[in-house]
Design a binder for this molecule. Structure first.
Ligand SMILES: CC(C)(COP(=O)(O)OP(=O)(O)OC[C@H]1O[C@@H](n2cnc3c(N)ncnc32)[C@H](O)[C@@H]1OP(=O)(O)O)[C@@H](O)C(=O)NCCC(=O)NCCS
Length: 188
């Protein structure tokens, strides 16, 4: 695919659907829900090096995300239940590289929706969209060793562990190892 077409699809993101969920491109309307998600200490677990975002940190985060959206490197979706429109969480394809045809998958759900297969359902749809519509060649994910639910999810999504990235992630005055997973587009 011509890189410009990827940028076009990213700048005009489409609604995605699964059996139980709608994946809606993030707009300003979702700012409150996403803020609550990222300030929840169960979601932003310090054991997995994810700091809870206070109001100031969240404003910074939002601003940086907007910049990435403007440069065509990010797709962000909120997952909502089809049955009642309830906000479930956030799914992203980030660091979209239109030369390498590669992007990073991210996912976070509010705890009440854990353990129901919603993260899997939503992430699978986004991966499928990345492969079929964006024509990405590979999608990768960075997972913190010890984040068991995330490890289980990424492996159930068919991602394969590529290796341990040494001292990759800065947190609390030191750098921590992470695991990198990836999945190659099966149609390439
Ligand atoms: C990572 C995270 C998204 C995983 O969520 P999850 O709900 O455990 O993941 P899934 O959607 O794959 O659900 C799987 C569980 O739902 C159960 N389940 C129930 N109904 C199901 C259904 N219809 N289909 C599939 N699974 C179902 C599965 O049995 C499984 O349970 P288990 O964990 O006890 O084996 C969630 O823990 C989270 O948001 N964590 C905080 C943020 C975070 O760590 N993000 C990742 C950073 S790397």
């Amino acid at each position: 695919m011509v890189p410009n077409l990827i940028k076009e699809l990213i700048s005009h993101p489409v609604l995605l659907e699964t059996e139980r969920l709608k994946l809606i491109p993030v707009s300003e309307k979702a700012k409150g829900d996403i803020g609550r998600l990222l300030s929840d200490p169960q979601v932003r677990n310090p054991a997995f090096f994810m700091p809870v975002l206070d109001t100031v940190a969240y404003e910074e985060w939002w601003y940086k995300q907007q910049q990435q959206l403007d440069t065509g490197k990010l797709l962000r979706y909120v997952a909502c239940l089809k049955s009642n429109n309830a906000f479930c969480g956030l799914l992203t394809l980030k660091r979209i590289d239109d030369a390498l045809l590669r992007a990073e998958l991210g996912y976070s759900l509010i705890p009440v929706y854990w353990g129901k297969g919603y993260a899997h359902e939503a992430a699978l749809r986004l991966v499928e969209y990345g492969f079929k519509s964006l024509n990405l060649h590979s999608i990768f994910a960075i997972v913190f060793p010890g984040n068991r639910p995330s490890v289980k999810l990424i492996e159930r999504l068919g991602f394969v562990k590529e290796g341990q990235l040494k001292e990759y992630f800065p947190y609390n005055n030191r750098f921590w190892d992470v695991w990198q997973y990836s999945r190659i587009n099966p149609e390439h």
